[in-house]
Design a protein around this ligand. Structure first.
Ligand SMILES: N[C@@H](CCC(=O)N[C@@H](CS)C(=O)NCC(=O)O)C(=O)O
Length: 199
């Protein structure tokens, strides 16, 4: 069996997506929570120095959460999270939810810069994108009808919970369908085990 080391952070939504996929697909991993800003050792494996990063047997690196999730899904004996019947729909929804995570993250990164370096215009743009995307998902995402767990569901749950964690839950009134679904989905053990924590 291959040794899988997942470098992760305490609250990365991308890392959470990868960790949840390992749990759901029953892939044995060693998770190492690191401070990515100080993780110089990671640069030889991932020049972007981002989490999550997966090291396989100390000699192969898998970069980017989507590739890590696909890898776990691929080596798992469990049913795929990327159903072939609606594969492209799942992949596109994952991209939208990744974009939502990115917008929340970018907004946060801007807000922790010294106040004289912050751009209000940039922050506003991310906030508009966040609300527009959640509203779009409320209207267009319908894979919750499916009783089977799929990768877009995991990614969406991580993105919405990260939005609540770092920004706001002001969307929950308007986007009732998503909020009801999320409330149910977060009852899963893999969601409870991976709640984002302050570093
Ligand atoms: N596309 C990447 C994004 C990963 C990402 O942005 N990770 C953030 C943490 S949430 C990170 O490592 N940031 C460190 C930095 O930018 O210095 C993925 O899906 O894995």
């Amino acid at each position: 069996m291959k040794k899988l080391t997942l470098y992760n952070g305490p609250n990365s939504p991308f890392g959470r997506k990868a960790k949840i996929t390992s749990i759901v697909q029953e892939i044995q991993i060693e998770e190492k929570i690191i401070n990515v800003q100080e993780a110089v050792f990671l640069d030889k494996n991932n020049p972007l120095r981002k989490i999550p990063t997966l090291i396989v047997d100390n000699n192969q690196t898998i970069i980017d959460s989507d590739n890590i999730c696909l890898y776990f899904d691929n080596i798992s004996k469990n049913k795929t999270l990327f159903n072939q019947d609606n594969y492209w729909q799942i992949m596109s929804m994952i991209s939208v939810t990744n974009g939502l995570m990115e917008a929340v993250l970018e907004r946060r990164m801007e807000l922790i810069r010294p106040s004289n370096e912050q751009s209000k215009n940039f922050i506003d743009k991310q906030e508009v994108r966040i609300f527009r995307t959640i509203q779009w998902l409320e209207t267009n995402w319908n894979n919750h009808m499916n009783n089977e767990i799929s990768m877009d569901q995991i990614s969406l749950a991580c993105a919405l919970e990260y939005t609540k964690f770092r920004f706001t839950n002001d969307w929950t009134e308007k986007c009732k369908k998503l909020n009801i679904w999320l409330t149910e989905f977060t009852k899963n053990e893999f969601m409870k085990k991976t709640i984002p924590k302050e570093a």
